[in-house]
Design a protein around this ligand. Structure first.
Ligand code: NIG
Length: 407
């Protein structure tokens, strides 16, 4: 028999399901949740909660879905502290630093890459992240991209192929493009669910990006774009035109880009999620993405950590949420939704039956309704407002993922 767990005496429960509670977060006061195995079996007022095998007393604290971090680059080796120091002393960020990590990653053993990824995933889970995407992109040879995807699949919930990160040192752009859309894509395709392109000056231009997106779709893979990070450019527009799941970064958007992102969700269509990366914007001293304008225009927003050794060496979604509230003009409820349901939407995980990299079918994530995966975090605070009201404080009190207690 599958065991059940009752979490009751919840002071404030965010479900992200407006049919279950108030406002954007579908919030309930004095609530309870019951898990049965890896799924949510019941949600409602604590006074009406059914009996269960086990009980956890939330003692009036806040409960919300686990964070869904839809953008990270965690398969890497090496260190870029010196580059960060130089940037803080006034040097600008250019994509060239990526090749420093490529050299270190190629030189590392599989075991070292897996251990580093495992350490980073454990760190993120301690801070309430229960679903994580991660990308390849620091291998940039067929063999190194293939092993990056294999290593990523050990721990991540979604693996994205980012062979189109930069043209590696020593390669010619035309030959490399042939490789990324040909032999390299063939090698990684069985291991990944999506393909990403860094569409930016110094990385891949509009025509190259189109070709990479088309080759991914021809293989039946979803697509994402890194766009509008270092300057204005075609990334957001191309992602919408191609029907990509998300376009990420977005520090430099025109009104037309914002309209295109919002318009992609018109008429009940599934559109392109606008993913903002607040920690990266701060760490590169680039303009903050216009999250407020995106939401006001009607775009679907996700917040992700972009944890990587170059531009954002943090997996703290709580920090990203606080920054989105304090500096990007979001309300706490908007930011929490973007960091949970928004990420799940960007990853295509809002319906039951998505398949993880180990081949296991999974329940939907990002909400806490009946049937959702039993992923939740308990804050050592009475409400989610404290995530921004007490910035920098570690508020994670307990974390369950697929019904299993992690913290
Ligand atoms: O998302 N934009 C490209 N990729 C990473 C940077 C990776 C790096 O500098 O190592 C990013 O910021």
């Amino acid at each position: 028999m599958t065991r059940t767990l009752l979490i009751d005496n919840i002071g404030e429960l965010t479900t992200n399901d407006e049919s279950l509670g108030d406002g954007l977060g579908g919030r309930l006061a004095d609530a309870a949740v019951v898990f049965e195995g890896n799924r949510v079996a019941w949600v409602g007022p604590a006074s009406q909660a059914p009996a269960a095998d086990d009980r956890f007393d939330a003692a009036g604290r806040a409960v919300l879905p686990g964070w869904v971090d839809s953008h990270t680059h965690m398969v890497f080796a090496g260190d870029r502290t010196a580059e960060f120091e130089a940037r803080m002393a006034g040097e600008s960020y250019a994509a060239g630093g990526i090749n420093v990590t490529v050299d270190a990653t190629r030189a590392a053993t599989d075991e070292a890459l897996a251990a580093n990824l495992g350490r980073l995933v454990a760190e993120a889970r301690r801070d309430g992240t229960t679903t994580m995407e991660t990308k390849t992109g620091y291998g940039l040879t067929v063999a190194d991209e293939e092993r990056s995807a294999r290593v990523a699949a050990l721990h991540a919930d979604a693996v994205t192929f980012l062979g189109a990160h930069v043209v590696p040192a020593g390669a010619g752009p035309a030959d490399y493009l042939d490789l990324v859309t040909g032999e390299m894509l063939d090698a990684v395709a069985p291991l990944v669910s999506a393909v990403d392109v860094f569409c930016e000056t110094g990385a891949f231009d509009e025509a190259q990006t189109r070709r990479i997106l088309e080759s991914a779709s021809a293989k039946g893979l979803a697509t994402r774009v890194h766009g509008n990070q270092l300057g204005h450019g075609p990334g957001a527009r191309l992602a919408v035109e191609h029907g990509s799941l998300s376009v990420d970064h977005l520090g430099f958007l025109t009104d037309a880009d914002i309209e295109a992102l919002a318009g992609s969700w018109a008429h009940g269509e599934r559109g392109t999620v606008a993913t903002v990366l607040p920690a990266c914007d701060l760490s590169t001293r680039m303009p903050l993405a216009p999250a407020r304008q995106l939401l006001d225009a009607g775009a679907q927003l996700a917040i992700a950590s972009n944890c990587n050794p170059g531009t954002s060496y943090t997996s703290s979604m709580g920090f990203c949420v606080a920054t989105a509230v304090l500096q990007m003009g979001l309300t706490v409820q908007e930011a929490v939704r973007a960091a949970t349901l928004g990420g799940a939407t960007a990853l295509g995980m809002t319906e039951d039956g998505w398949v993880d990299p180990r081949g296991t079918r999974q329940p939907r994530v990002g909400t806490l309704g009946v049937g959702a995966r039993a992923d939740l975090q308990l804050l050592d605070a009475p409400s989610v407002t404290h995530l921004a009201y007490r910035p920098g404080m570690r508020l994670t009190g307990a974390v369950w993922r697929a019904g299993e207690r992690l913290v």
